[in-house]
Design a protein around this ligand. Structure first.
Ligand code: ADP
Ligand code: MG
Length: 697
């Protein structure tokens, strides 16, 4: 029997452990640091470090690492041992406060978007006490922020922490206006639902495209796709079930509340949702979870694919970002509540969020923009690239009545006067029906569904928190000056909703009509990531980040540069992989089959001169055309790649990859996939879609 409560968090230097192991004053000072988002008092660092080391050694650690999230989206870690020589050949285990708080590492191989001159390659990592340290694989992991020598952030955590501070500060001003004098901090929270695929490791090893790029670049569809929807919530296969079981336990020891697990819509696709926690911790837990998924899968002869679109024509994987704000006293600001006072406050937060989604739709789109996610957004399964907000029928009726100044007709209980809007109690099924919306109100939180499965969700949350802090700040400015608070609030809600209601859409986000309607409303529809990148440095966006103290102009410019670079690198690797597979795998395989079928025809004719060889002829002629196409298009791809490599900027390169290379890759794929349907499966060099998605027992 597994004792889950005992197991849970056993490898985490959690609040409970700190309380047990630190002197009272030190513990108090540290929790203050954590709760208020303040920097740590250096005088307690040695004491905390020593307690942490003792605890970690008991858990089997010999090393420690400053764990951080560079801008590539994955995590980075460099391990140092606790060992320190004391002469005469002996060692002691040491770990000082200085080593805990700050680390120095060679940053030259991490992306900096031009922020770091090559002669100044030092980067610094700084302990983030608000996220818990943990022991994994014999090392004490210390969550840290990562910045350049000159202090610019080079990671995802730093701006996220800044954005959390910003939104807390402004949300508190609003709470005070509504009479809350006790809350001391407002914390943004995230529950990130993680989708992923599992494929057999032996089959995976035979696919260079999966190995190099994380997705299949070729492959004709299996006879059975997901049309029966029989995989969704289906029973778990034995090996998959064993994998999930172990994964869950690992996550529990790391203090991650893995709660729901189930099969997803596509064959071989699954989902794991943890219970929400503060944004900062949630981001750390999510990257940790992705890492554990990959490592655990290996143990079961499986590979966990976190790519957004591993298989063409099969649902892709996203990471639904459930987001809300809670006070340190436990109140959720996105909960409509049942009393009119709370309702007015809720309506104000709702109006602010509607404004955020409308005014910063470009940044929200940007925050989920990278090559892999483009295969998903706008496809027939994921939200469209148009950013809109879904509020459900009840809320929409209320919003309409506020804007029009008419009475709100509550569905059951008749007409209500709406001087102060009184809301119906929200049932989840009232607000959770629309799965096609990119940004949906789901009862007491907003669910942003555009993020992709492999990404670090810090980016969208930086945008959400920062933009909301700005809007709440504007509201607070107005309300603090108001003579008549009630009427000013009402007017503010009404004016804001009226100005931004174009972004509210409750219909089918996948439909063609919505695309037209969205265009009529003047909403952005940035289908390609490269088109979204440009907006990062728009005046309004730089102003937003600078004003809220979340990112400087230099930091934004460097991040934009990195986005272009990463895009170009990703597609370049894909194109090179396709070229190699075409020339060295597909063309030889097709030629081999052509040879075998020609000799079959020849042998037949030598025995029966009058025999019908029309089947052989037809296959030979079709495959001859296909193999020539593959050869020609591969050459075209090589020539284009060469051209693009000479373009001067990261931006022009990324655009070249998007507009010139991707279409040629698509053309090449078409020819290869066609050839696959005609070629003897025993000579085909890679496992088929059917094998990859159905053959995991
Ligand atoms: P779904 O229908 O999308 O599966 P759930 O209620 O199961 O909805 O929640 C999905 C995710 O949302 C979970 O990770 C859950 O912890 C998270 N969540 C619930 N409440 C909040 C909140 N207030 N803030 C952030 N995330 C939340
Ligand atoms: Mg969901």
């Amino acid at each position: 029997m597994i004792n889950v409560p005992e197991l849970f968090g056993s490898m985490v230097f959690s609040d409970k452990v700190m309380r047990e192991r630190l002197p009272k004053e030190v513990y108090k000072s540290l929790t203050k640091t954590i709760e208020r988002g303040k920097t740590i008092d250096p005088s307690i660092a040695d004491c905390v470090a020593s307690a942490m080391k003792e605890w970690a050694i008991e858990k089997g650690a010999t090393h420690y690492t400053h764990w951080f999230q560079p801008l590539t989206g994955v995590t980075a870690e460099k391990h140092d041992s606790f060992i320190s020589p004391v002469g005469s050949g002996s060692v002691i285990m040491e770990f000082s406060g200085k080593e805990l708080i700050k680390g120095e590492s060679d940053a030259s191989s991490f992306p900096s978007g031009g922020l770091r001159a090559t002669f100044e390659a030092r980067g610094y990592t700084a302990w983030d006490p608000a996220s818990f340290a943990f022991v994994k694989d014999g090392s004490l992991y210390i969550p840290t922020a990562f910045c350049s020598y000159t202090g610019e952030s080079l990671d995802n955590k730093t701006p996220l922490l800044r954005s959390m501070d910003a939104v807390s500060e402004q949300a508190l001003r609003i709470l005070r206006l509504f009479g809350d004098d006790v809350s001391k901090r407002v914390c943004s929270t995230i529950g990130a639902e993680q989708e992923y695929f599992l494929v057999d490791k032996k089959l995976y090893n035979k696919r260079k495209d999966l190995i190099y790029t994380g997705r299949t670049l070729f492959g004709s569809p299996a006879p059975k796709g997901q049309e029966m929807d029989d995989h969704y919530y289906g029973t778990l296969k034995t090996r998959v079930s064993a994998f999930m079981h172990e994964l869950e336990q690992t996550l529990w020891t790391l203090g991650i509340v893995a709660k729901t697990k189930h099969n997803e819509a596509a064959p071989s696709q699954h989902e794991l949702a943890p219970v929400f926690v503060s944004s900062n911790l949630a981001v750390d837990q999510n990257v940790l979870m992705m890492d554990c998924m990959k490592k655990t899968a290996e143990k079961y002869g499986l590979v966990c694919l976190l790519h957004e679109k591993p298989f063409k024509g099969v649902n892709g994987s996203g990471k639904h970002n459930n987001w809300s704000l809670s006070t340190d006293t436990g109140k959720n600001l996105m909960n409509p509540g049942e009393t009119p006072e709370e309702n007015a406050q809720f309506m104000l937060i709702l109006a602010a969020t509607v404004k955020v989604v409308d005014k910063y739709a470009d940044l929200l789109r940007l925050s989920v923009a990278y090559a892999a996610n483009d295969h998903r957004l706008g496809g027939n399964e994921a939200p469209p690239a148009i950013v809109s907000i879904f509020v459900g029928d009840d809320l929409e009726a209320i919003i309409t009545s506020i804007i029009d100044g008419t009475a709100y007709r509550k569905s059951k209980d008749g007409v209500m006067n709406l001087h102060v809007p009184s809301l119906p109690v929200f049932k989840k099924d009232n607000t959770d029906r629309n799965r096609t919306s990119p940004f949906a109100f789901t009862g007491n939180k907003f669910e942003f569904r555009m993020p992709g499965s492999s990404q670090n969700v810090a980016t969208p949350n930086i945008v959400l928190n920062t933009a909301l802090s700005e809007v709440l700040g504007e509201f607070a400015d107005k309300l603090e000056k108001a003579k008549d608070f009630d009427s000013t609030v009402k007017k503010l809600i009404k004016d804001t909703l009226r100005a931004h209601s174009r972004v509210i859409f409750n219909g089918n986000g996948y439909s063609k009509e919505w695309e037209k309607e969205a265009e009529r409303r003047g909403l952005l529809n940035l289908k390609k990531s490269v088109d979204a990148y440009a907006c990062y440095t728009d005046k309004k966006n730089i102003e937003l980040f600078e004003r809220c103290g979340v990112m400087s102009r230099t930091e934004i410019q460097s991040r934009q540069e990195i986005l272009y670079e990463n895009y170009a690198k990703t597609v370049n690797i894909e194109a090179l992989t396709m070229i190699q597979m075409s020339k060295r795998d597909y063309i030889p395989a097709i030629e081999k089959y052509l040879l075998s079928i020609s000799s079959t025809a020849k042998n037949k004719l030598s025995v029966f001169p009058d025999i019908d060889i029309s089947v052989e002829k037809s296959i030979i002629s079709q495959l001859t055309v296909a193999v020539k196409d593959i050869f020609t298009i591969t050459g075209e791809l090589e020539a284009q790649l060469d051209k693009i490599s000479h373009l001067p900027t990261a931006c022009s390169k990324a655009n070249g990859f998007c507009n010139e290379i991707l279409p040629i890759m698509e053309k090449l794929r078409k020819s290869v996939d066609f050839a696959e349907t005609l070629t003897d499966s025993s000579v085909w060099p890679v496992p088929s879609y059917g094998e990859l998605t159905y053959y995991t027992e």
